[in-house]
Design a protein around this ligand. Structure first.
Ligand code: F6R
Length: 615
């Protein structure tokens, strides 16, 4: 939610900032803005409603010179998306410009206090209170910017990543973080700022990830960035090297990031399994399970917390862990868990799953579980993000940056890590026999190749999508391991095509949803050949008896379901618990093609943002 970029150094700042905003646009695209200390006029702020491209058009005839600046792309929380509410916000004195990602919870109290002292507000955002408060302190205490920022932030409750420019101190940017991500890039005589490393990696691979309550001071000409806390005590940070190349964050010839990421899945799963799944030795090795064997194998119960697509992966994880490891597993929405006063203690392991590693609800759930003594295991994608840093241990999914707002390759990466975790723990606990273990290791290793076969049917799925673009509602059905796949298929469709869709366990259909079925209702049924196949056949018969239109996901060579279905997509045979890794792909493609047919912005669906860093 909201992307932040900053630059100070020898280059012209504007091109660096605009390119950076484009890389962060997945975080929000309601409005965009930039503040520069220009060569002729001093502090200049340009902002507009809409996307980064709208900002570029808006500044075409403006002075965008200068070697220091900050920029922002917004996902609106407080205040409608318009130019006034766009960032940067300027203080009353006109001296300061500030950008912010997060939510200031006590902004009403602070705003009213400042208004009583004559401060006039222009926007309806929570953010503006920050810049006015810092300005007020600076004016009244006659302090420098850093002191004013330190004093102001002591009074602020909420989540923030901020960056500030001061027209009177033009050779520095000050930035700070609490519960919202912020990365400083360290170049030669230049510094960069980003909500993640993607705007930075083109210029340097040296970064510092800010911790909560850190303030960064980036001074022109300084060899090093300075970091202090609210008491002005120096903080030492290790400079980390980011291992990310530009190709990973560009479209690489695909029309959309989402399609690129769907097609990347065979490769991303190979990356995910590299060094972990060893078919020669018939083994799965996860360092976290070696290092924390005792905590993980002796737990009385696992609780998985996650949101959205990651929650769907968690439902598959529950089935894997329970069947392979014989450990009771609960799956909770992180947003509900954090307010549910859960019964949890040091005998429990909490697994937090998050692609971005920044989801506010998941972070809060971790905090609560930690306070109650649970051991925390993270499954994340974004390296160095907040969730992996808040956990005791964990596994990265290593699928590379996911930029399309609709999650695809992260889902299959999460399911793959959960499978590896179940195998490693099952072996350590002695709950899986050797034959099953070896078969599963081998089959998991062959999944990327089988995914390639599924992806070969892309044109076929596109043809199917043309038939169903008219639909206003969809049902998705699955059973067992494919029930979460049905939920995920429905989520993909609704978020990018805005068609209403529901996922159900297939047998539940007759308890209500069957009333919806008529000759206009497409029903996607995952009906692969596994022990539940005959049951699913009956469910399909029930739909056809009511003239529903069935799109079936079947196992290669299946003739029975194919004969009943209106449309079908075939999947290679695999072991039942690995089916989601294949069956989810046609559903991703179907959602993608329907959204494209309907002319929707697939990578930037309305009202959504990639990383939900607010409650
Ligand atoms: C759906 C989607 C969201 C995320 C959810 C959790 O396509 O992307 O539902 O899965 O916001 O995000 P993470 O995994 O980053 O915690």
């Amino acid at each position: 939610m909201c992307g932040i970029v900053g630059y100070i150094g020898r280059r012209q700042a504007y091109p660096v900032l605009i390119k950076g905003l484009k890389r962060l646009e997945y975080r929000g695209y309601d409005s965009a803005g930039v503040a520069l200390i220009t060569e002729t006029k001093g502090l200049e702020v340009y902002k507009t409603k809409g996307k980064v491209a709208d900002l570029e058009a808006y500044v075409e005839d403006k002075d965008v010179t200068g070697t220091v600046g900050i920029a922002h792309t917004r996902w609106a929380t407080h205040g409608e998306p318009n130019a006034t509410n766009a960032h940067p916000h300027i203080s009353c004195s006109g001296n300061l410009a500030l950008i912010h990602n997060g939510i200031i919870e006590n902004y009403t109290v602070l705003k009213e206090a400042l208004q009583r002292h004559g401060v006039a507000f222009k926007s309806s955002t929570d953010t503006e209170v920050l810049v006015q408060l810092i300005d007020y302190i600076q004016q009244h205490l006659k302090t420098d910017l850093l002191t004013a920022v330190r004093l102001a932030l002591r009074q602020v409750i909420g989540a923030y990543a901020i960056a500030i420019l001061d027209r009177n101190e033009p050779n520095q940017i000050i930035a700070a973080r609490k519960s919202s991500p912020l990365v400083v890039g360290i170049g030669d005589d230049e510094f960069f700022l980003g909500s993640d490393a993607s705007p930075i990696i083109e210029y340097t691979d040296k970064v510092v990830y800010l911790d909560d309550n850190d303030i960064a001071v980036l001074r022109r000409g300084a060899k090093e960035a300075e970091f202090v806390n609210f008491d002005n005590e120096k903080i030492e940070h290790d400079v980390k090297t980011v291992d990310l190349d530009l190709g990973q964050i560009e479209k690489g010839g695909y029309p959309h990031f989402m399609l690129k990421e769907i097609f990347e899945q065979p490769k991303s799963l190979r990356d995910c399994m590299r060094g972990r799944v060893n078919v020669e030795a018939n083994n799965v090795v996860l360092s976290a399970v070696i290092d924390y064997r005792k905590e993980l194998i002796n737990a009385r119960r696992y609780i998985i917390v996650a949101c959205g697509t990651s929650w769907h992966a968690s439902l598959i994880g529950k089935q894997l862990l329970e069947s392979i490891c014989q450990i009771p597993v609960e799956v909770e929405y992180a947003s509900e868990f954090r307010y549910s006063n859960p019964v949890i203690d040091s005998r429990d392991v909490v697994i937090a799953i998050s692609q971005s590693g920044e989801t506010a609800d998941t972070l809060a759930a971790i905090q609560l579980a930690k306070e109650r003594g649970a051991f925390i295991f993270g499954i994340c994608n974004a390296i160095g993000s907040s969730i992996p840093r808040a956990t005791n241990t964990g596994c990265y999914i290593h699928v590379g940056p996911e930029i399309g707002v609709a999650s695809t390759k992260a889902f299959t990466g999460q399911v793959t890590v959960l499978t590896m975790l179940a195998l490693a723990l099952g072996k350590a606990r002695g709950t899986i026999n050797n034959t099953d273990y070896v078969n599963l290791v081998r089959e998991l290793d062959s999944i990327p190749q089988k995914m390639e076969k599924v992806l070969e049917q892309n044109d076929h799925v596109r043809d199917i999508s043309r038939v169903f673009t008219y639909a206003r509602n969809f049902l998705y059905l699955g059973r067992g391991y494919n029930y979460p796949v049905a939920l995920e298929g429905a989520l993909k469709l609704k978020e990018i095509s805005y068609i209403h869709a529901e996922g159900y366990p297939a047998a539940e259909m007759k308890h209500g949803p069957i009333a919806l079925i008529d000759d206009e209702m497409p029903v996607v049924v995952v009906a692969t050949q596994n022990p539940l196949y005959d049951k699913l056949m009956s469910n399909i018969q029930e739909i056809k008896a009511r003239n529903g239109r069935v799109i079936a996901i079947v196992t290669e060579g299946d003739e029975k379901v194919k004969a009943l279905a209106d449309e079908f997509v075939e999947l290679p045979q695999t072991i039942e618990c690995l089916e989601p890794l294949l069956s989810t792909i046609p559903l991703q493609l179907l959602a993608y093609h329907i959204a494209v047919q309907k002319g929707k912005n697939v990578d930037q669906p309305r009202n959504l943002a990639k990383s939900v860093t607010v409650e």
